[in-house]
Design a protein around this ligand. Structure first.
Ligand code: GLC
Length: 389
């Protein structure tokens, strides 16, 4: 973590991987702050304040910030943002991360710097990303989910379950260009090309609204705290209304909430959001997480069910284990008291990073490491260990 820290003027941040990902990413920085809260709280605060400094006027925080000239790197940087940033977002983990840092190093000044940023960010998700005020935020591009090539987005990209990484990249690039040509008009773009209400993003939004409420309460901003708690409840209720089928929540496509019935780890994200009843959670865990045909692979937890036609143990977001998704599922299981099942995820995660180092992904069938080196997300195991029951 500390080796991946970078300084730029008064700002500092952490690169997810020095070789593969040399910039600042939005949800990565939130994970970094959670990890850094155990190592260096000043660095954790600086990481989040750097993100805040690039917030757009409308509240969006870009998913990529190129502090340095991106042309210095071979990383494909698309000229889509005005101020050396991208123009899409990632799941809003900011309030959660802010609170995590405050827990380790109580600091009301830091909270009061972050609160207005968090309020604006959440309002962005609840208004601009939800033009008809149904309390579900829409994504304009698969990369906004943080799971760039996930098969959840195949149908909207008009791709078959078996595909090449190049074909997927090509479609995602076309979508970026369309967005740019539309001059980033979100409602129009969603109506014409890509309107996905994703389960993890909305589950994360519900949780982060609750953390906004805690932060506002701590600062005696009681009206704001009440507003955020109510919005959190509204998002959770909308998820139940539009996404729930039996005990599974599906991401939806288009204005009319067409269910995208592709089984990915996303079906467990509602556990993180505390959105299911205990009975629904029980059926979800026993029927899917512990099902050997689906998610009970040799190593926990594959990002795509083993029996999905798109499952590929080496495909980018199409099967391999990622530490952030393990972290979300782990916390979700603990929310519902599944301590034994959570312990298995922690045990596998710890074994994988101890044996292979901090790699980006792991094959769920063999444990083989893949992708970027010195990849920060493995540090989330530290947080999992600290929460162990
Ligand atoms: C990949 C991941 C994304 C992450 C980025 C930087 O694009 O899909 O979630 O933010 O790398 O680590």
């Amino acid at each position: 973590m500390l080796k991946n820290r970078r300084h730029f003027g008064q700002h500092s941040y952490t690169v997810p991987s020095p070789t593969s990902y040399p910039f600042q990413w939005f949800w990565d920085s939130c994970f970094h702050a959670i990890i850094l809260s155990y190592l260096d709280t000043a660095a954790a605060k600086a990481e989040l304040l750097s993100l805040a400094s690039k917030q757009f006027k409308n509240g969006m925080i870009p998913h990529m910030i190129y502090w340095e000239d991106p042309h210095k790197y071979t990383f494909p940087s698309i000229p889509w943002g005005k101020h050396r940033t991208s123009s899409i977002v990632q799941p809003p983990m900011l309030a959660y991360a802010t609170w995590a840092v405050h827990q380790k190093d109580p600091d009301k000044k830091f909270l009061s710097e972050m609160l207005p940023v968090i309020v604006k960010l959440h309002k962005y998700f609840l208004t601009i990303r939800d033009p008809y005020r149904h309390h579900l935020a829409g994504l304009v591009h698969p990369d906004e989910s943080g799971e760039d090539n996930s098969p959840r987005f195949d149908s909207v990209l008009q791709l078959k379950p078996k595909q090449t990484i190049d074909a997927n990249y090509h479609r995602r690039l076309i979508l970026v260009n369309r967005y740019r040509i539309q001059q980033f008009r979100i409602k129009k773009h969603m109506e014409k090309f890509h309107w996905v209400r994703d389960v993890p993003t909305n589950a994360i939004l519900t949780v982060n609204l609750l953390y906004e409420s805690l932060i506002a309460g701590e600062l005696h901003e009681f009206n704001q705290a009440t507003w955020a708690r109510q919005q959190s409840e509204e998002v959770a209720a909308a998820m139940r209304k539009y996404m729930l089928e039996g005990n599974v929540m599906w991401s939806t496509m288009g204005r009319n909430y067409h269910h995208i019935e592709v089984k990915t780890w996303a079906i467990f994200a509602p556990l993180f959001g505390n959105i299911l009843t205990p009975e629904e959670a029980h059926r979800l865990v026993s029927g899917h997480l512990l099902n050997k045909k689906e998610f009970a692979a040799r190593y926990s937890v594959p990002t795509v069910a083993l029996n999905e036609p798109s499952f590929d143990p080496k495909g980018f977001w199409r099967g391999p284990i990622w530490m952030a998704t393990n972290w979300f599922i782990y916390l979700g299981l603990l929310n519902y008291g599944y301590e034994r099942e959570a312990a298995k995820i922690l045990e596998d995660s710890l074994m994988l990073v101890t044996k292979h180092g901090l790699r980006e992904q792991f094959n769920p069938l063999t444990g083989e490491p893949m992708g970027a080196y010195n990849f920060t997300w493995g540090g989330l195991v530290l947080d999992m260990l600290a929460r162990q029951k």
